[in-house]
Design a protein around this ligand. Structure first.
Ligand code: SF4
Length: 121
């Protein structure tokens, strides 16, 4: 028999409700730590200095994770870290913890900007 002790760890629990049967958002992510480990940072955040409150991120987020009031921010418990807001923001105000493909952001952001300008703005 091998005995072992977990003296520190961190993890996440995902509670999905894709059909929105019990609430009005799809995922509830709970982060936890034990033994003094630091909490994992959210995958994406909004730089309030760059944000112009254009609203494209809120429209593209199917996880209802973008909260526009009083300033645009990402609710990290709801965010699935899909990156859709990151590639959509016209002023690159979304900050990603992990480096994402910058050329993809430029390409997709341009297409989405054209689409939203022609349809909603
Ligand atoms: S990464 Fe995806 S789920 Fe998270 S806020 Fe952006 S669009 Fe919404």
């Amino acid at each position: 028999m091998t005995a072992f002790v977990l003296y520190k760890f961190k993890g996440k629990v995902f509670d999905y409700d894709f059909e929105k049967q019990t609430r009005d958002y799809k995922v509830h992510r709970t982060r936890f730590t034990f033994g003094g480990m630091s909490q994992e940072k959210a995958g994406l955040t909004i730089d309030s200095e760059k944000c112009i409150a254009y609203g494209a991120c809120e429209k593209v987020c199917t996880f209802s994770a973008i909260i526009p009031d009083p300033q645009y921010r990402i609710n990290s418990t709801r965010c699935d870290e899909c990156g859709a807001c990151y590639i959509t923001c016209p002023v690159n105000a979304i900050i990603a913890k992990l480096p994402l493909d910058e050329s993809e952001r430029q390409k997709s952001g341009k297409q989405l900007r054209t689409y939203t300008q022609n349809h909603d703005h």
